[in-house]
Design a protein around this ligand. Structure first.
Ligand code: NZQ
Ligand code: ZN
Length: 387
């Protein structure tokens, strides 16, 4: 087991109706609030009105229209400007991972004198940030319990996942009922994203029985509950379990003491969604089985066998490569069964920019250090196999 130094300072408040605690929670941080949200889903589900009513004694400023794959310009820059001009005490992010990620970049940028891109691109490091409270409305990213924020800069095709301990939300409200309205497409993409967060930690050199069991249970929970959510979007128990399993995804708790993996699937997918603005979870689902096929070898075989037997219940007495191949096929089949289009062309990506994207990933993502090192050619081959 590897050494680690772990702290997640976020308070989780979970369950039906917990948003009633919002005024009490927010009052710890001050009166001037920047309310951030996306394209309007929170208005449709009545959450916007609810928040405004609960916070009627606060001074509220708003930043709306934060897009999926949130953009540096205008969203992050606009949010930083409001925070600085109005001397905002606390940010309340209400929405999916994109709203929350954008709010993290705003929170750090608001306390930084230079260009906020310096922080996102690790040219400088935050010394302080505005506290963030969130009400998450989509089960997927785990942004509500981690210190990562993924920001896109359109003109350079950059999509950077930047981590900074200042960016942990101070409080996250998780009410599964707010996810009842999440579309089938986003429910499936959220499931694929969260499954990938686990796989990025599971496929490693050095793990423990404890972590493997935790992650295998997480994968099974996501697969069972995503199907239930798709069949009955208002199945509270399924939405609730899915939400919590997603929340654990990215803050490291699944793999304390494991060796690092380099998160190769995310490194590759971020290029796809930067260049083509596709849905992150769909991009991940498409490349995952192709990456698995690419990295399967005598050296990695046992990991795939364990995954196949414990997650998909494949007969352990079969020949090892047969188990591994069945596991990869089962992964593909599951994503297809929840409605994910399983090739890049189906989401609007053809071969024309594959070499350019592979180069971008190779230069920026350091995948030579991944569990199975990936060169520029490997990355291009995985993209081509995904077409
Ligand atoms: O914009 P609105 O109108 O709110 O609609 C959103 C958006 O269109 C909608 N939605 C959200 N909650 C809803 C809802 N629709 C109906 N009912 C609700 N309750 O769903 C659409 C997608 O929202 P988005 O926030 O983009 O989805 P998600 O939560 O999957 O976030 C994706 C972003 O997070 C990044 C991804 O790269 C992508 O940019 N990631 C962040 C991570 C992190 N911070 O740790 C880790 C992930 O690996 C990921 O990279
Ligand atoms: Zn992800």
């Amino acid at each position: 087991m590897q050494n680690f130094d772990y702290q997640t300072p976020t308070r989780l408040i979970f369950g039906k109706g917990v948003v009633e605690k919002l005024p009490e929670v927010m009052s710890q941080f001050g009166k001037k609030v920047l309310l951030t949200y996306g394209g309007g889903s929170i208005k449709k589900i009545g959450l916007y009105d609810k928040v405004k009513e609960l916070l009627k004694d606060f001074e509220i400023y708003e930043l709306s229209d934060i897009q999926p794959n949130p953009k540096y310009d205008p969203s992050v820059l606009d949010g930083v400007k409001i925070c600085k001009e109005k001397d905002i005490d606390v940010i309340l992010a209400v929405g999916g991972g994109s709203v929350l990620d954008c709010s993290k970049a705003i929170a750090a940028g608001a306390k930084y004198d230079g260009d906020p891109w310096d922080l996102i691109s690790y040219k400088a490091f935050a010394k302080d940030s505005v506290p963030i409270v969130d009400i998450i409305t989509l089960a997927a990213t785990g942004s509500e319990y981690d210190c990562g924020g993924v920001i896109s800069r359109t003109e350079t095709n950059d999509k950077i996942g930047y981590m900074d301990p200042h960016n942990y939300p101070v409080v996250s409200f998780l009410d599964p009922t707010y996810t009842f309205t999440v579309s089938k497409k986003q429910t499936a993409a959220g499931c694929a994203d969260a499954m990938n967060h686990i796989m990025e930690q599971y496929f490693c050199e050095d793990s423990t029985l404890l972590n493997d069991g935790f992650m295998e249970a997480g994968l099974k929970s996501l697969m069972v509950n995503a199907k239930k959510c798709l069949e009955d979007p208002e199945d509270y128990t399924a939405r609730a379990e899915m939400m919590l399993t997603c929340t654990y995804g990215c803050n490291g708790i699944y793999s304390l003491g494991n060796s690092q993996t380099g998160w190769p699937l995310h490194g590759m997918e971020h290029a796809l969604s930067a260049y083509y603005d596709i849905t992150h979870g769909e991009g991940l689902a498409i490349i995952t089985p192709r990456w698995m096929e690419h990295v399967l070898s005598e050296k990695t075989l046992d990991r795939f066998v364990k995954y196949g037997v414990n997650v998909f219940g494949i007969d352990a007495s079969l020949e090892k490569f047969e188990i591994a191949k069945k596991a990869i096929q089962a992964t593909y089949d599951f994503f297809l069964s929840i409605g994910i289009p399983m090739n890049l062309r189906a989401v609007g990506i053809d071969e024309s920019r594959i070499d350019e994207m592979a180069h971008h990933v190779a230069v920026n993502e350091g995948l030579e250090e991944a569990w199975v090192p990936l060169s520029e050619k490997d990355i291009a081959d995985i993209f081509k196999a995904s077409l």
